[in-house]
Design a protein around this ligand. Structure first.
Ligand SMILES: Cc1cc2nc3c(=O)[nH]c(=O)nc-3n(C[C@H](O)[C@H](O)[C@H](O)COP(=O)(O)OP(=O)(O)OC[C@H]3O[C@@H](n4cnc5c(N)ncnc54)[C@H](O)[C@@H]3O)c2cc1C
Length: 549
């Protein structure tokens, strides 16, 4: 479709993504100047539909953005009351006391929230200030101006047929232009990836690192429910096979978020992250909690783990990267929402000042500077060596040396400097010939579930007549390389069962992409060793429909 066939709309600021980052930017812009025109475009069917994070929220971001959030009915009302950290083996557990950890690691003062609901509430606040929010609108392309700057996005293209040609109900979408375009797509955003590559934003930075986070919501026996309780574990079942760990957060209404993160720099291609999560729930500590309860929702999403040394330049001509599009998660705290909000606020302030000064389409250098010396830097810098230590030397080194380094950093120095991450997660994957298969127990259907059954609890949906949004650079590569060199890794890393290798009787192996199952976690785009799978946005409204995660 040529751009000339599309209608255009002009705004002061176009924001991609109604997550905490994008919504904070929108709110801040309108707080600063009610006359600015601001639009937020969201690919989910409604705000919150694609927000996975049932989270422990550090309120510092919201405090800075809207200090009176408590009076505005924010759905943030379960304070953390209990904060436990265990190293676990197959049957036992050892509690690590809180006192050796630096104060910023403590969860007291934080809240257990449904981030989907927090985003729904933030969207109401933004709309009350006059922000236009359009859910169900995927932004599929960046639009460039005459000087090579980003000047807008294409959003809302619907009705392509499976061969990519327009179908009977085809709608070409619109071009939404802005003086600045802020990308708040979350982790591994597809437009953000394009901007990072085009403007060389990651030059001189360590590669971004990722984990795969999977989560279930359980309704449990009220007698076992402790609102405000936070538990983290490390150790079993991953052992030395991969970094990662679990979280168990008790919200209200007898709901518990049970989640598991697997660092995506694992080497053994036989590792099956989804099955690691399922088997984790059979640990006696978890099984006792969940017995008699029921799983009511499931979802998965990548989480950025590179931290301070991986943050790309966040400003580029005509726009900026916000939140997890820039990778602002504090890994040892497993928290990114507060930084997402702070980054949205900072970018909005820079965009507002530029527009007031009569500028547009240039680099918001002030945003990049504020991010690198403000509260986000204070949060991420002290923990910057935890991930590289974990990757190179394992869990014990990360807990001991990494813990010591966090302490010295709080005192203003580090004996380690800034460690590099080395390889990308895709490059870290080893050949199957050098690794052994892992035997996973079959899910019992009570505590653990097969992948496709669980995916039905993500309520994901993709119009089947459209082209697959998961594109292969080389259609032959999966069978030629992924299957033979990596034992068909793609069929295991996907937490939604999108990829399969299928052999017809007497025929050749085929690579099948069940894109309808996709939950938009982006793991394939990250972990595929040949970087052959490219995640692009499907049409708006498709994807998971997380109710209350
Ligand atoms: C399992 C897991 C547990 C976590 N736990 C915590 C926790 O306890 N505490 C915490 O603080 N953080 C936690 N995080 C991290 C936190 O979720 C992120 O830091 C946070 O979501 C980043 O916010 P964001 O606005 O940048 O992106 P997101 O929250 O991902 O929002 C991005 C939005 O943009 C939309 N979008 C993306 N691309 C497009 C496009 N092209 N067009 C239109 N819309 C688009 C998406 O649908 C989504 O709604 C966790 C993450 C995971 C995966």
């Amino acid at each position: 479709m040529t751009d000339s066939a599309r209608e255009e709309m002009e705004y002061d600021v176009v924001i991609v993504g109604a997550g905490p980052a994008g919504l904070s930017a929108a709110i801040r812009l309108k707080q600063l100047d009610a006359d600015l025109s601001v639009v937020v475009l969201e690919k989910g069917s409604e705000v919150g539909a694609h927000i996975l994070s049932g989270a422990v929220l550090d309120p510092s971001g919201l405090d800075a953005l809207m200090p009176d959030w408590r009076d505005r009915g924010a759905p943030i009302d379960v304070p953390v009351t209990e904060d436990k950290f265990y190293l676990i083996g197959a049957a036992g557990k050892m509690r690590i006391p809180n006192w050796p950890m630096p104060p910023f690691m403590r969860n007291h003062g934080c809240y257990i929230v449904s981030m989907g609901n927090v985003c729904r509430w933030m969207a109401e606040q933004a709309e009350a200030l006059g922000v236009e929010i359009f859910p169900g609108m995927s932004c599929s392309e960046l639009v460039y101006g005459d000087d090579g700057e980003v000047s807008g996005v294409v959003a809302g293209e619907f009705g392509l047929q499976s061969d990519g040609t327009p179908g009977p109900g085809y709608e070409p979408g619109m071009i939404l232009r802005g003086k600045y375009v802020l990308l708040g797509e979350g982790v591994r955003g597809s437009l953000s990836k394009e901007a990072i590559a085009r403007y060389g934003l990651s030059a001189g930075r360590a590669p971004q690192k990722y984990g795969l986070g999977m989560k279930e919501i359980w309704e449990i026996d009220p007698a076992k429910h402790k609102p405000g309780s936070v538990t983290h574990t490390m150790g079993w079942p991953l052992g030395g096979n991969a970094g990662g760990g679990s979280f168990i957060y008790h919200l209200d209404s007898n709901q518990v978020y049970v989640g598991f993160v697997v660092h995506l720099n694992y080497e053994n291609p036989y590792l099956y992250p989804y099955m690691e999560f399922q088997r984790f729930k059979h640990h006696p500590m978890v099984a006792d909690l969940l017995k008699g309860g029921k799983r009511v929702a499931y979802g998965a999403r990548a989480i950025s783990e590179g931290g301070w040394q991986s943050i790309p330049k966040v400003a580029f001509p005509g726009g900026a990267l916000l939140g997890c599009s820039a990778g602002l998660v504090n890994l040892p705290r497993i928290k990114g929402n507060h930084n997402a909000m702070l980054s949205g606020k900072m970018a909005a302030e820079a965009a507002h000042d530029s527009i007031k000064a009569g500028r547009s389409g240039d680099e918001l250098a002030a945003y990049d500077e504020t991010l690198r010396r403000g509260p986000i830097a204070d949060d991420l810098k002290p923990v910057r060596n935890v991930k590289p230590l974990w990757s190179k030397y394992g869990l014990t080194a990360s807990l001991t040396v990494g813990g010591f380094d966090m302490w010295t950093n709080t005192m203003g120095f580090s004996l380690l400097g800034t460690l590099d991450h080395g390889k990308t997660d895709a490059e870290a994957t080893g050949r199957s010939s050098r690794h052994s298969p892992i035997d996973y127990p079959k899910p019992d259907g009570v505590l653990s579930f097969d992948r496709l059954t669980n995916v039905s609890f993500a309520m994901t949906n993709h119009e089947e007549s459209q082209p697959a949004h998961l594109k292969l650079r080389d259609p032959d590569e999966p069978v030629k390389s992924n299957l033979w060199k990596y034992a068909g890794l793609a069929a295991r890393y996907c937490p939604a069962g999108v990829y399969e290798f299928v052999r017809a009787p007497g025929g050749d192996q085929r690579f099948v992409i069940n894109f309808q199952n996709c939950v938009h976690c982006k793991t394939c785009d990250i972990k595929d060793p040949a970087q052959n799978i490219v995640w692009t946005t499907p049409q708006g409204g498709d994807g998971p429909n997380y109710p209350n995660m």
